[in-house]
Design a protein around this ligand. Structure first.
Ligand code: ADP
Length: 218
């Protein structure tokens, strides 16, 4: 661990938020594989961008191609995977972006660590960053019947070990901020549920109208 380091003060988060016209926060999606985390998170990211709200999605598989390519699926590596992603989400939120993390994140302790990282503000006069736990809740049987990547089939066949819900536990959130039942509500309704929740709490500006035409990239 580095010891000869000091924290360098920078612009305050409230200054950054004022310039950008929005606050940052982290939406933490958790749920079984194939519960619908990525599908809803992608649709939500697009919807927020369409409303003119900066958002960025951090995806379970995608970060393993880069930032976390040195990590596997042991309990220790899964915990480190979540810790790093939580730190990155926190940076995005600090930069006044809506960070959308979609990770199975099956262990309560790891999710609590992610929450705690957002709550700690040792170097930060602006206080804790909002951390919103979104439980994408479907019965295992539904997720297994969907099986878009064939992973449950392979886990049942013993070809994939430590698969969440099969031979590795999923610990459901005890007090999630939002519960999405993707077996009962459409993707659009799930997105609307999250947006309404954020608007009701003043975390994103209410009543923004969608950008009519997406301009070409500069
Ligand atoms: P995860 O990211 O949790 O592993 P995915 O989003 O990759 O899950 O897969 C979920 C699957 O469920 C997709 O094939 C998706 O089309 C399907 N699905 C059906 N209904 C819904 C819904 N209401 N919300 C999200 N996904 C849904």
């Amino acid at each position: 661990m580095a010891t000869n380091i000091t924290w360098h003060p920078s612009l305050s988060r409230s200054e950054r938020a004022a310039y950008r016209g929005q606050r940052g926060l982290t939406l933490w999606f958790t749920g079984l594989s194939a519960s619908g985390k990525s599908t809803v998170a992608v649709a939500l990211e697009q919807h927020l961008l369409h409303l003119g709200v900066a958002a960025y999605r951090l995806d379970g598989d995608n970060v393993r191609f880069g930032l976390n390519k040195d990590l596997g699926f042991s309990d220790g590596d899964r915990a480190e995977n979540i810790r790093r992603v939580a730190e990155v989400a926190r940076l995005f939120a600090d930069a006044a972006v809506v960070a959308i993390a979609s990770f199975i994140s099956p262990f309560r302790a790891d999710r609590e660590l992610a929450r705690a990282l957002h709550a700690s503000h040792e170097h930060d006069a602006d206080g804790p960053l909002p951390f919103v736990e979104v439980f994408v809740d479907v019965p295992l049987a539904v997720a297994e019947a969907r099986d878009p990547k064939g992973l449950y089939r392979r886990a049942r066949a013993g070809e994939v070990k430590h698969f969440t819900g099969i031979d590795s536990p999923y610990e459901p959130p005890e007090n999630p901020d939002i519960v999405l039942r993707t077996d009962q509500a459409s993707v659009e309704d799930c997105v609307a549920q999250v947006v309404r929740w954020l608007e009701d709490r003043g975390l994103i500006p209410a009543g923004k109208t969608p950008v009519a035409d997406v301009p070409p990239a500069p």
